[in-house]
Design a protein around this ligand. Structure first.
Ligand code: SAM
Length: 186
């Protein structure tokens, strides 16, 4: 079987990130991606993870503590728009849009703030680095967000970025898809 979209995102990231590098989880949620990234960068690396819900921070912190990986992760109770204020060179940035699984479905990522965060993320992405954006659009805000993010990504300079879309096109019910953006190595 073909891999699912999240597996593809992780494969693309795994191929590019070296131990010791800095990476960002822009949408921490229940911490699945934060944990994946923390394992990938090893003990010398650094993960910065964002979420606006205290519930997400608590769940992720507990998981990282259990795995003994908390010391390499910075958990920020803040919007991912604050990527703008980071002074880092990130090897990978993961966005997993939508609402917190098991949480309040009314609290979702929103088109305008997501675009601002993606734009800031692209500024801190190192050459050869990758941003993955998982798009779940089976809810009202998700459909608007999908349109906005796709339109934004289509306009990115092909001299600077490679943009890939990975999507099953014969699935019903607004199947999630992946946009992956690589900053071209100089
Ligand atoms: N990657 C997560 C995981 O592995 O469990 C799942 C992420 S979930 C689909 C989306 C998350 O984005 C929710 O936890 C939600 O609270 C968070 N979120 C919504 N708006 C945000 C914002 N402006 N900045 C950061 N996180 C936000």
């Amino acid at each position: 079987m073909f891999p699912n979209v999240l597996e593809v995102a992780r494969k693309l990231i795994r191929e590019r990130v070296q131990p010791g590098e800095t990476v960002i989880d822009a949408t921490m949620g229940n911490g699945n991606d934060t944990l994946f990234l923390a394992q990938l960068v090893s003990e010398t690396g650094h993960v910065i993870a964002f979420d606006i819900q205290p519930q997400a921070i608590a769940k992720t912190k507990e998981r990282l503590e259990r795995e003994g990986l908390l010391d390499r992760v910075e958990l920020k109770l803040a919007s991912h728009e604050e990527i703008e204020s980071l002074d880092v060179q990130a090897a990978a940035i993961m966005f997993n849009l939508g609402y917190l699984p098991g949480g309040n479905k009314e609290i979702t990522t929103q088109a305008a703030s997501t675009i601002r965060a993606i734009e800031s993320g692209l500024h801190v992405l190192r050459p050869g680095g990758i941003m993955t954006v998982m798009i779940y659009w089976g809810h009202a805000a998700g459909e608007v967000e999908k349109e906005a993010v796709e339109a934004f990504c289509q306009e990115l300079s092909q001299m600077e970025f490679l943009v890939l879309k990975y999507q099953y096109i014969n699935q019903q019910n607004q199947a999630p898809f992946l946009l992956a953006i690589e900053r071209r190595a100089q």
